[in-house]
Design a protein around this ligand. Structure first.
Ligand SMILES: C[S@@+](CC[C@H](N)C(=O)[O-])C[C@H]1O[C@@H](n2cnc3c(N)ncnc32)[C@H](O)[C@@H]1O
Length: 403
């Protein structure tokens, strides 16, 4: 695994110009780091039509096959980043037990819960950042063992506890802050700690505590890698510390950029908002209202329906700028520029997209190496299809006992 990690690290480092820079800022700053070093790729990618871009987004395998002409190591990177998928779930919840759990969440719980039970070690469970404790509910119901569900939000603890009591399950909710030293009192070496979708520092804190308290096993699926206190990701394993990629928050967001579960409406809103932002930026630059990109605050999606002109007036007011008195056709002109810039951004993002999964796997392998370094037997797999959740990596470790 260390060899795979080092291979992935080396390719990611040698190709870093292709993924470090945000495509949005490549467009607004008019500068792509690899434009002059790989002009053939640059010309090819910017020559794609919107239909071709959309097709490549939908079928990333085709993109990979076509990009290999310009980035010869990209296939090797993809192969090294492939993970086994778990066998079909073995544990389910009856409809009675699943009361109140939304459909997709239930699928995630059943798939992840099956893997936890199959790899179980210990005599109780600790559910970290549990929300209402849906995963804990499956573990308590199907293993019969005690579950401690730890969660920050009191209303979620109350709702989870009341449901568990109704179902007569051995679950205890504990309200607390994962970053508070007191949270360590919950850890016990006979536990199997589990977490579904614990964000950035929440899952790394879980790992550190689990290792420190010699937990029997740990199973967790990470998400929102960028939600960290420090400005750069701090690797956990010695190997990753020695071969660090120095990922900042913007780069830690790259694995999250798939919009698989968003739906058509979400996609349409995003497209419109990006076009408006890019068009407004072009207008401001042309009229020297600003010399560099001015971040505009987020906007209510319903406001987008008022059109580009209204967006510009709203954004100008937010940034205390005075817009020149325009005719309608001048707004139409800058909106068209917004459209062109949007497709440039989408084309450039195809290149960055190729590094989404390898970066996520790099982050997961750091955890693998950390657990292994602390005498755990580790596996990493995908526990469900991306259509169920794109955050589908599962890292599992079992404490190795004896010499
Ligand atoms: C993405 S949700 C996942 C919830 C649940 N595991 C699930 O999949 O349904 C993350 C949970 O972490 C909780 N959380 C956030 N910060 C926390 C903290 N500092 N300590 C404990 N829990 C926290 C949130 O309230 C939220 O319920």
């Amino acid at each position: 695994m260390q060899a795979t990690f080092l291979n992935i690290t080396n390719i990611l480092k040698s190709y870093q110009v292709y993924w470090r820079q945000d495509p949005f800022f490549q467009v607004v700053n008019g500068c792509t780091d690899w434009q002059s070093t790989n002009p053939d790729l640059y010309q090819w990618i910017l020559g794609l039509s919107p239909q071709e871009i959309v097709a490549y987004k939908q079928y990333p395998k085709t993109l990979l096959n076509d990009v290999v002409n310009y980035l010869p190591q990209i296939k090797q990177l993809e192969q090294q980043s492939q993970l086994p998928s778990l066998p079909v779930k073995s544990q389910t919840l009856s409809n009675h037990m699943a009361a109140g759990i939304p459909g997709r969440k239930r699928e995630q719980i059943e798939a992840l819960g099956s893997a936890c039970i199959d790899q179980h070690k210990g005599n109780q469970w600790l559910e970290w950042c549990s929300g209402k404790g849906y995963l804990g509910r499956l573990l308590a119901a199907n293993s019969g063992q005690k579950v401690t569900s730890f969660e920050y939000q009191q209303p979620l603890c109350d709702a989870g506890q009341s449901e568990a009591d109704k179902l007569n399950l051995p679950m205890t909710f504990v309200q607390g802050d994962a970053f508070d030293v007191d949270s360590q009192q919950l850890f016990d070496s006979q536990q199997h700690a589990v977490a579904l979708h614990a964000c950035g520092d929440l899952h790394t804190t879980l790992l550190r505590h689990a290792v420190k308290h010699n937990l029997a096993a740990i199973s967790f699926s990470p998400c929102c890698y960028h939600l960290i206190e420090e400005s750069l990701y701090r690797p956990l394993s010695t190997v990753a510390q020695q071969h660090d990629l120095a990922l900042n928050k913007q780069q830690l967001r790259i694995p999250l950029q798939a919009t698989v579960t968003g739906g058509e409406r979400v996609k349409r809103h995003r497209e419109q908002e990006m076009i408006y932002r890019l068009g407004f930026d072009a207008l401001c630059r042309e009229h020297r209202l600003t010399q560099c990109y001015l971040p505009v605050p987020s906007i209510k999606k319903s406001q987008l329906a008022e059109g580009f002109q209204a967006f510009c007036q709203w954004a100008a007011q937010k940034k205390s700028l005075t817009l020149p008195c325009y005719q309608q056709q001048e707004f139409t002109y800058f909106e068209q520029i917004g459209v062109q810039r949007y497709w440039q951004m989408e084309a450039l993002s195809l290149v960055q997209d190729l590094f989404r999964r390898p970066l996520e796997v790099w982050l997961a392998l750091d955890k693998w190496l950390y657990l292994e370094q602390n005498r755990y037997q580790v596996t990493i797999s995908t526990f469900c299809e991306p259509s169920c959740t794109p955050r589908n990596l599962l890292i599992q470790g079992k404490k190795i006992t004896g010499e």
